[in-house]
Design a protein around this ligand. Structure first.
Ligand code: DX5
Ligand code: ZN
Length: 217
């Protein structure tokens, strides 16, 4: 499958959020990535349900919601009802991960599990039958604009091999420090979904940057 691009609104102009979402609507992007941070799991607070619900009113692409919150089970129903098409929880924040991702699927959303840079992908082996996507964090979560961790390439290759050898139908998403200089190498390593924030919204022409992330040779 051709890889997908999911622009992260965290780096967008919050004073003009509607305009930013419409820009994504008119682009070749596939999804819209929303980063939910609770100030506990990560040292930053972003936005929550009211913003998500307003974005949903304008968005014409699936909402790819990345929860960087502790004990996400408390909010699975609410996020699904607020419009999440893909809902991703952090491996490190879930005590009963199989229960959590099953609940996400039971609400009709795709279930994702994210791993921090220090978490080995082999730990995901037994959850793969229950998820639609694994998110490899290529920075430590919490902030946009950080430098890409290059050890991620090896991790992605390793996960790709585990997924393929098990015959699982699971996408790999990469998130953090992604731009037009590393996108092709990430896809070559096995990534299906590229998330990018700063590289899109800080560029002179976000529509063109999205196109370049989507359509490199
Ligand atoms: C980081 C978030 C990312 C962030 C990526 O914790 O999960 O989605 O928005 O931003 P960039 O692309 O600027 O690294
Ligand atoms: Zn994210």
């Amino acid at each position: 499958m051709k890889h997908l691009v999911s622009p992260s609104l965290l780096a967008s102009d919050f004073l003009n959020l509607g305009r930013e979402v419409k820009m994504i609507n008119s682009s070749v992007a596939d999804w819209i990535h929303l980063d939910i941070m609770d100030g506990v799991f990560v040292p930053n607070i972003s936005f929550g349900f009211p913003v998500l619900e307003h974005v949903r009113e304008v968005a014409q692409k699936p909402l790819d919601v990345h929860l960087m919150i502790t004990d996400p089970d408390r909010y699975i129903t609410r996020f699904c009802e607020s419009g999440a098409g893909i809902l991703t929880v952090q491996y490190e924040a879930c005590t009963h991960l199989q229960r959590t991702v099953t609940e996400i699927r039971n609400h009709g959303a795709k279930a994702g599990v994210a791993v921090n840079p220090h978490t080995p992908v082999i730990l995901l082996k037994n959850i793969l039958p229950y998820v639609d996507m694994v998110l490899i964090m290529t920075v430590n979560p919490g902030f946009g604009g950080q430098a890409f961790i290059s050890e991620s390439y090896g991790k992605i290759r390793e996960l790709r091999a585990i997924i393929d050898s098990g015959g699982h139908n699971v996408m790999i998403q990469a998130d953090g420090g992604i731009d037009t200089t590393n996108a092709a190498q990430l896809v070559e390593a096995g990534v299906d979904v590229l998330v990018a924030g700063s590289s899109i919204f800080s560029s002179e022409n976000p529509l063109l940057t999205i196109r370049n992330l989507k359509e490199f040779a």
